[in-house]
Design a binder for this molecule. Sequence first.
Ligand code: ZN
Length: 124
Amino acid sequence: MTCPECGSEMVKRKGKHGEFMGCKGYPDCTHTAPLGPTGPIDESDRKSALKAYGAFISQKGWTEAQGSKWLQQTMGLNWDEARINNFDKKQCELLVAYIKLENTAGGESEIAIAMRKAQTRRKQ
Ligand SMILES: [Zn+2]
């Protein structure tokens, strides 16, 4: 993970409120990123996750919980795997595309298969 502001490496740091990712260029660069349950949350991953949430709301009118349930049923994922926060950028993009496609065409698509493959890779 590199700093989106200065391009330096991001390293794990410990602060008053626990661990977080901080720029190696500190104190010249003060960019930080939150640390997720499975490691650092990349800024672009986080933005993509927000976009995926947005797609659920705008295309389906679903809440996060409803979207997660749908993911579990459609993709055969468990509760933890179906959390959009754990998805990387590529998975979020696939998800957004899948939501939109399903809305018009319906049914299982190649995107769902790709999603499942991406999830399997992530587990290894
Ligand atoms: Zn930086």
